[in-house]
Design a protein around this ligand. Structure first.
Ligand SMILES: Nc1ncnc2c1ncn2[C@@H]1O[C@H](COP(=O)(O)OP(=O)(O)OP(=O)(O)O)[C@@H](O)[C@H]1O
Ligand SMILES: [Mg+2]
Length: 234
């Protein structure tokens, strides 16, 4: 069965204008790809090539300079994410599009279980049910139980990364953006994360993930989009 695309990125370019220095910093240039349910696209390329910027444009953290980002909603509407209202974007973030950023940002006193369950609370799920599901994911990702009731501020890099991932996966978004989800993990923990990502793929989640290692791309990606440094393309 050929499934319909959930996201179409067309001629996407992003550059930054630094007002004080009156300089334009090119980031991503002329990016094209489509994402499908149950498939993972790997975004690869050297550091500074604009990989994170592409994810941020899709999530509307950044506004692209040109090009279109067409998202097909669960209700069947096509939305240009660059033109959608803030209200619409927030609604899509709550219900359909997830983003696991490169670094974990949380409120200082929030306990790990609640950090992870937050996307479910925002959808109206009870605290008890949210915490139950968060526990399952944290156990699966091998986060020691004694850390669950502690805020993640003091966690190791790899622990923070897995908390971030658990929070991104818990609400089962239709489209999931992952910025280097295994960057600071050892081989065994990477395997656990890949198994979890594979399960979400099997459940039909469309994914767009940044990876720095070719072997990970080989193991988990269905398609590859390669970005190059702006200097080389201009
Ligand atoms: N908010 C911003 N303001 C100015 N320049 C920015 C901003 N965000 C990104 N850039 C620039 O855009 C370019 C691409 O950055 P980006 O973070 O997208 O790269 P990346 O491919 O994700 O790199 P890495 O592999 O190191 O994470 C860089 O030159 C960066 O300095
Ligand atoms: Mg990046």
């Amino acid at each position: 069965m050929i499934r319909n695309q959930i996201l179409s990125v067309e001629n996407l370019s992003k550059s930054f204008f630094l007002h004080e220095q009156k300089k334009i910093i090119p980031s991503s240039s002329q990016i094209n790809f489509k994402a499908y349910p149950g498939k993972l696209i790997a975004l690869i390329g050297p550091t500074g090539a604009g990989k994170s910027s592409v994810l941020k444009c899709i999530y509307r953290t950044y506004q692209q300079t040109s090009g279109r980002i067409i998202y097909k909603t669960a209700a069947g509407d096509s939305v240009d994410l660059a033109l959608a209202s803030d209200h619409r974007v927030l609604e899509l973030r709550r219900n359909e599009i997830g983003f696991v950023t490169q670094f974990l940002h949380t409120l200082p006193r929030q306990k790990t279980l609640d950090v992870v369950a937050m996307p479910l609370y925002q959808q109206g799920v009870s605290r008890q049910q949210g915490r139950e599901q968060a526990s399952k994911l944290l156990a699966e990702l091998n986060i020691p139980k004694q850390l669950w009731e502690v805020p993640p501020a003091t966690f190791s890099g790899g622990e923070k990364q897995r908390v971030n991932l658990a929070r991104g996966l818990i609400a089962s978004p239709r489209l999931l953006l992952l910025d280097e989800p295994t960057a600071s993990l050892d081989a065994q923990t990477t395997d656990r994360v890949l198994r979890l990502i594979q399960r979400k793929k099997d459940q039909g989640t469309a994914m767009l993930a940044i990876f720095h290692h070719a072997d990970l791309v080989k193991r988990i990606a269905d398609d590859v989009v390669e970005l190059t440094l702006p200097e080389k393309t201009h």
